[in-house]
Design a protein around this ligand. Structure first.
Ligand SMILES: Nc1ncnc2c1ncn2[C@@H]1O[C@H](COP(=O)(O)OP(=O)(O)OP(=O)(O)O)[C@@H](O)[C@H]1O
Length: 255
């Protein structure tokens, strides 16, 4: 089976400095993959290159077998790669439902956003999605009244409303309470039943909750990959996290 994402010998240089350095990576459709790595390991650049924001200096990024090099960021988004940034980008004056409707319509293009009402089927999908993201009781609240965690879930919902095949989620639990963090983990695990997802995260408790396979980046390359136990016990990983157990080094690794 063709992997949903395949990265071959990828190097990204900024003024001669390799933010990504001969990196190779593969994931199959339906995987929930967690990427960790110390500050400066190349995690953000990794996402930037998948979404087309940054172009490879060398090497290839293949999405469902197609080389992304010649496509713009917009084209890549329309091909089915959706990205959730660290800070929520929801419309604060619109309700939860309106935010989701807008995201679903935007997926169909500007004309549809302005003039075409959602079909019955699309409305049913959004109804289910509001339940999935746990915001049914607040469906008619303006997003400005939501907590930080609820805004994150809404934005994840807006991403899903655009029907991406691959979701890229950057540090979804930064700044969330323990309970919100746990609920975010449950949400991502539920979404992983029908989506391929890459999550970048520092919070090791959260990584343990959701991770099946973890990829560790270091100095722009894959240092090691495997189950959370495999990765945590790998001496190379322990060394790059300053010789400390992962969860203890976490507090020193936050940006
Ligand atoms: N536009 C740029 N110009 C120059 N150097 C850059 C640029 N973007 C990233 N870098 C460098 O590339 C390296 C990788 O950066 P990147 O932001 O991808 O790491 P990261 O793993 O996301 O780090 P963090 O956890 O701190 O967000 C860093 O050393 C960074 O300084």
């Amino acid at each position: 089976m063709t992997p949903i994402l395949e990265i071959e010998d990828l190097t990204v240089s900024f003024d001669g400095f390799n933010a990504l350095n001969h990196l190779s990576f593969q994931m199959q459709a339906g995987e929930l993959r967690v990427i960790i790595g110390p500050n400066g390991a190349g995690k953000t650049t990794f996402l930037d290159v998948i979404t087309g924001k940054v172009k490879p200096t060398q090497g290839r990024v293949l999405f469902k077998g197609r080389n992304l090099r010649r496509y713009s960021e917009d084209q890549i988004a329309r091909m089915g790669i959706g990205r959730k940034f660290q800070t929520p980008r929801v419309y604060l004056n619109l309700t939860v439902r309106e935010n989701l409707e807008l995201a679903a319509a935007r997926h169909k293009g500007v004309f549809a956003t302005l003039f075409q009402p959602l079909s019955r089927e699309e409305r049913d999908r959004l109804h289910t999605l509001i339940d999935t993201i746990g915001l049914r009781p607040k469906a008619n609240f303006p997003a400005g009244l939501l907590s930080h965690g609820e805004k994150q879930w809404l934005e994840i919902g807006m991403l899903v409303a655009q029907s991406p095949d691959l979701l890229l989620v950057d540090e979804p639990v930064a700044g969330l309470t323990d309970e919100e963090t746990h609920l975010t983990g449950e949400l991502l695990v539920a979404l992983a039943e029908s989506h391929s997802i890459i999550v970048i995260e520092h919070d090791m408790e959260f990584v343990r909750q959701i991770a099946r396979t973890v990829t560790v980046l270091h100095e722009g390359s894959v240092l090691c990959e495997g189950s959370i136990e495999t990765v945590q016990n790998d001496p190379r990983v322990i060394e790059v996290y300053l010789g400390a157990p992962l969860e203890e080094s976490h507090s020193t690794q936050q940006p």
